[in-house]
Design a protein around this ligand. Structure first.
Ligand code: ADP
Ligand code: MG
Length: 269
């Protein structure tokens, strides 16, 4: 590069920063070199730059959305063993992972089942898949969110706090049942459910289906109203399986998957 080129390059870098074009900033020198060498028409060079900017932007958007979602790490659909939950259809879960059919209309997904059955894993895995599709998701333990909303209510900012959650197409509330019964605490949950009704989706995991929800909300009328709104447009996945953790531990102890040793053959005879 001769001296005026160097000045152009420095100026271009500044302009690209100012214009917020990180993708082009990353790639322009390499692309310009190729374009010069191969004698690209100017329009082709420009199109290639624009395309790189698009790619880089969507990569950054994905990373931002992944970070804000606070998903527990490592819980993906690929790592989910569907054989362990025969009552759940893999095809149905894959359809849910696309998002369009339910997130667009603010429908809900409810996962019920005993501890260790894979509810949180499946919820996080769906969240991850949806973020890959461009949706925005927040994963939170129900108790944590209730606590935050409760603080907001004390500061007379509950409405604003709930409105702020609107940016998430899907709110994953993990472990609904662990919310303690306390008048002020649990009515914030009701406010949240009402505010999102038919607009923004929720994915709720719980150990018990509705029979026990009277313990979560302050009174029966509110419990019924909350359930009514949640199930109006909802898919319900019942995961009534033994704890995966326990099964894994038992399999390990038994040595399932390993060829039988002389000792085990003798033992079973
Ligand atoms: P729950 O939320 O229903 O109590 P978790 O999702 O926390 O259960 O599952 C407990 C552990 O077992 C987690 O480490 C999870 O990754 C694993 N696990 C549960 N079900 C499955 C499954 N079907 N395939 C793979 N891992 C599973
Ligand atoms: Mg869980």
């Amino acid at each position: 590069m001769n001296a005026p080129d160097k000045i152009d390059a420095a100026r271009l870098e500044l302009l690209l920063s100012e214009l917020r074009l990180p993708g082009i900033k990353l790639i322009w020198t390499a692309l310009a070199e190729t374009a010069d060498k191969e004698g690209w028409p100017a329009a082709r060079f420009l199109a290639a730059l624009a395309e790189q900017e698009m790619v880089e932007r969507s990569r950054r958007r994905f990373e931002r959305h992944l970070e804000e979602a606070r998903l527990p790490p490592g819980k993906t659909l690929d790592a989910f063993d569907f054989d362990a939950v025969p009552m759940i259809s893999k095809a149905q879960v894959q359809a849910l992972a696309a998002g369009d059919a339910w997130l667009e209309k603010g429908a809900n997904l409810l996962c019920f089942g005993p501890p260790g059955g894979g509810k949180s894993h499946l919820a996080a895995a769906l969240g991850m898949a949806l973020i890959e599709k461009g949706w925005r998701v927040l994963f939170t333990r129900t108790t944590d969110l209730v606590q935050k909303l409760q603080i907001a209510r004390r500061d007379l900012a509950l409405e604003a706090a709930i409105a702020k959650l609107d940016k998430y197409h899907l709110l994953i509330l993990d472990d609904l049942a662990y919310v303690t019964k306390d008048q002020a605490e649990t009515s914030v949950l009701f406010e949240l459910i009402s505010a999102r009704y038919e607009r923004r989706s929720m994915l709720i995991t719980a150990n018990q289906p509705f029979g026990e929800w009277g313990k979560i909300f302050p009174d029966q009328a509110m419990t019924l109203a909350a359930i009514d709104r949640l199930v109006h447009h909802a898919t319900i996945l019942e995961m009534n399986v033994d704890s995966y953790r326990r099964k894994e531990a038992v399999d390990k102890a038994r040595g399932v998957g390993r060829p039988p040793t002389r000792a085990t053959i003798k033992g079973s005879a």
